[in-house]
Design a protein around this ligand. Structure first.
Ligand code: ATP
Length: 305
């Protein structure tokens, strides 16, 4: 559905995309991850046909971005990071306005408005002025606007990043529902828990390239590794950590009075305790957990530094 090969984008001397490759399958939600300033919005703007690029091949639905730009733009919906609306309009007035711009007649606009307002769960606020909307409501209205032209591909730039937990949940629920409509979603974010909830595939953009692209389930399996989070009463001292010389310990991280022990298999907790007591007796708690996407992201990025 989206096929990007060797994409290069420079802003003057600033080489932002240095040969980006990724593939997004039809109907999937693709989580596009990267640090602030890594080039996510730049990539989004290129895919939306808003800005150009220096080199590379982009195909969406087998259509080439350069040869079929105008046609492609009609099949893409785009929600920018901070969508702007006329605050004095109600959501209904705004959607009417969008419908007219797109050339729909009155009946089509009414049908479309009902369908979209229900999708983004703004039924109760449709006649309220947008200026009084919360950030979450504005993002949901933004999704409705980006869906107005029945897009096959939806580009969502950090749709949940500035929202509170409830607002984020609403937006992620809507994205989950889009899967049922068979829309391909390209979602940029740095909120890893959102990616874990909704994405099928994840791509990490770092240093101008995609350093990892994998199905989320496969990625989690590959990096599945137990971690023991240990809390001490006292601050952990670096010298003591050195004493933890066991073959089953793969990595140790520590900050203040907590330690993360990355091990290669599940170890009997009594043995863990015994080992830890050798370095410090002030243990408050030992918790076993699996790696989450955040741990994986940090590892993959640091391997590529
Ligand atoms: N119009 C522009 N002119 C010059 N440089 C730009 C322009 N837009 C972005 N940049 C630079 O390109 C780099 C990537 O920016 P971009 O906004 O694409 O990153 P991002 O991953 O979306 O970051 P964030 O998560 O903070 O939104 C940054 O160094 C930024 O300063």
């Amino acid at each position: 559905m989206i096929d990007v090969r060797s994409l290069i984008k420079n802003y003057g001397e600033n080489k932002v995309l240095k040969g980006v490759d990724f593939k997004v399958k039809k109907g999937e939600v693709y989580g596009f991850l990267g640090h602030n300033g890594s080039g996510k919005t730049t990539t989004m703007n290129i895919l939306a046909g808003i800005i150009g690029y220096n080199d590379g091949d982009i195909k969406i639905n087998d259509l080439d971005m350069i040869k079929n730009k105008e046609k492609l733009k009609g099949t893409i919906g785009y929600l920018p990071e901070e969508p702007k609306f006329y605050p004095y309009m109600t959501a209904k007035e705004y959607l009417n306005f969008i419908g007219k711009i797109l050339g729909y007649d009155k009946n089509q606009i009414n049908t479309k408005n009902k369908e979209l307002i229900s999708l983004v769960k703004l039924d109760k606020s449709i006649n309220k002025k947008i200026g009084g909307y919360s950030r979450g409501m504005k993002q949901r209205l933004g999704i409705a606007v980006s869906m107005y032209n029945n897009p096959k591909v939806l580009l969502l730039d950090e749709p949940s990043s500035a929202l509170d937990p409830m607002g984020r949940k609403d937006v992620i629920d809507i994205i989950e529902n889009l899967k049922k409509l068979d829309i391909t979603v390209f979602l940029s974010t740095h909120i890893l828990s959102d990616i874990e909830r909704v994405c099928d595939t994840v791509g990490i953009l770092h240093g101008g390239k995609i350093i990892l692209e994998e199905r989320l389930q496969k990625l989690k399996k590959r990096y599945l590794q137990p971690i023991y989070d240990i809390e001490f009463k006292n601050e952990v001292e670096a010298d003591k950590i050195k004493k933890l010389d066991k073959s089953w310990i793969k990595e140790v991280k520590f900050k203040n009075n907590t330690m993360n022990l990355f091990v290669d298999r599940e170890i009997d907790s009594r043995y863990i305790l015994q080992t830890l007591l050798e370095i410090d007796e002030s243990i408050l708690s030992v918790n076993l957990r699996r790696r989450n996407l955040e741990d994986i992201f940090i590892q993959v990025v640091s391997e590529n530094e």
